[in-house]
Design a protein around this ligand. Structure first.
Ligand SMILES: NC(=O)c1ccc[n+]([C@@H]2O[C@H](COP(=O)([O-])OP(=O)(O)OC[C@H]3O[C@@H](n4cnc5c(N)ncnc54)[C@H](O)[C@@H]3O)[C@@H](O)[C@H]2O)c1
Ligand SMILES: [Zn+2]
Ligand SMILES: [Zn+2]
Length: 361
């Protein structure tokens, strides 16, 4: 029987979000219904509401979540009712040209649930990143559920479902940061700070945090930054060079995603170094630079989708590292809020007052 539960939707561009009744169908083949225990508020949810992703309103927001499997559809054997899972938005297909070439982290045909969740009047909802977890329950593809140690607090574990994994993976997977590297991270929100935590985990010996906000730089230091640069006070490229013997960092991660921050990342990098773009630009943004600089400075210019993660490989390990006290994931949870506080949390996020607000049940 389809069930009616509460969910937070964005009905139209820019309008405040609403808590309303939504209908969850029974799971069909390959699908799973998950009872949500916690879901972080990510910048991307706000981007959906602003119409910055696409126009497929109404959206069911929320996508950084952990919960318990309630029921599974036909043919699902990877999870069963009662399993504690973190949801992911890149369920690898195993069949596309990227998967077949042994690069599943780039999978070009990731899975989502086939059936639609709806409003009570039948209007189909578009779940944010194929998840939609600002809801008591949600419908996803079985591949979007990764089992992790149930000892982990869902408010913490759920963050691996998006921003924290994206940032951490941008450093460890995409940037391939390794022992002894110097790393600079531009933008120290949840994503940038996770890149900092990842760089520390990987053994970087110099980790330079760059932000415009002094409070963010303080948090970045708690997560592993060895040096900070306040972009409102100092010229960023010069400051990073000065901290790296005049050369620039081996890996520079742009966790803002604007032309000016990407340019800073490009020039704050040592010769043959790596730039990782993990912040998401908007369609109007343009870059104009001398092509010769791309050639003469060498190295790698990369983008990071979801930290090039493989949820089945990465989530359980990162949860274990957290439980062992080796990865301070709990520091990303600034506040715990109710399901009716999402709109307020957007404002708190916009004001830069939190790393993550997390809705808990
Ligand atoms: N690639 C992915 O798979 C992926 C996944 C999740 C989020 N993201 C993106 O990552 C980006 C960051 O997300 P977040 O949740 O950390 O956002 P956030 O708003 O919490 O953090 C952004 C930080 O950048 C700082 N900042 C803004 N402009 C700056 C500038 N010019 N110079 C220096 N610092 C500046 C802000 O002060 C803030 O601390 C967003 O664009 C988000 O959409 C990407
Ligand atoms: Zn694939
Ligand atoms: Zn997100």
């Amino acid at each position: 029987m389809p069930q009616t539960v509460r969910g937070v939707i964005a009905r139209s561009k820019g309008a405040p979000v609403e808590l309303t009744d939504i209908v969850i169908p029974d799971p069909g083949p390959g699908e799973v219904v998950v009872a949500i225990a916690a879901c972080g508020v990510c910048h991307t949810d706000l981007t959906y509401r602003e119409g910055g992703i696409n126009d497929e309103f109404p959206f069911l927001l929320g996508h950084e979540a952990a919960g318990t499997v309630e029921s599974v559809g036909e043919g699902v054997d990877s999870v069963q009712p009662g399993d504690y899972v973190v949801l992911n938005w890149r369920a690898v297909c195993g069949q596309c040209r990227a998967c077949k070439r042994g690069r599943p982290q780039y999978c070009f045909s990731t899975f989502n649930a086939t059936q639609k969740m709806t409003l009570t009047d039948g209007t189909e909802l578009t779940p944010a990143l194929g998840i939609g977890a600002f809801a008591d329950k949600t419908l996803v593809h079985a591949g979007q559920c990764t089992k992790v140690d149930p000892a982990a607090d869902p408010a913490v574990a759920g963050l691996l479902g998006c921003g924290v994994m994206a940032g951490l993976g941008a450093a460890v997977n995409t940037g391939a940061v390794s022992r002894g590297d110097s790393v600079a991270v531009i933008g120290c929100g949840g994503v940038g700070d996770a890149a900092i935590a990842g760089a520390r985990l990987a053994g970087a010996n110099k980790i330079i945090a760059v932000d415009r906000d002094a409070k963010k730089l303080e948090w970045a230091t708690e997560l592993g930054a060895t040096h900070t640069v306040n972009a409102t006070e100092t010229e960023v490229v010069e400051a990073v060079q000065a901290l790296t013997g005049g050369f620039g960092a081996d890996v520079v991660i742009d966790a803002v995603g604007r032309p000016e921050t990407w340019k800073q990342a490009f020039y704050a990098r040592d010769l043959a170094g790596t730039v990782v773009l993990v912040g998401v630009p908007t369609p109007d943004m343009r870059l104009e630079m001398p092509l010769l600089d791309f050639f003469s400075r060498g190295g790698a210019l990369k983008s990071s989708w979801y930290g090039d993660c493989l949820p089945e490989r990465d989530f359980p390990v990162l949860v274990d590292l957290y439980l062992q006290g080796r990865l301070p994931l709990d520091k990303f949870v600034t506040e715990r809020i109710g399901l009716d506080d999402v709109e307020k949390a957007f404002h708190t996020m916009h004001a830069g007052e939190v790393l993550r607000s997390v809705v808990v049940w």
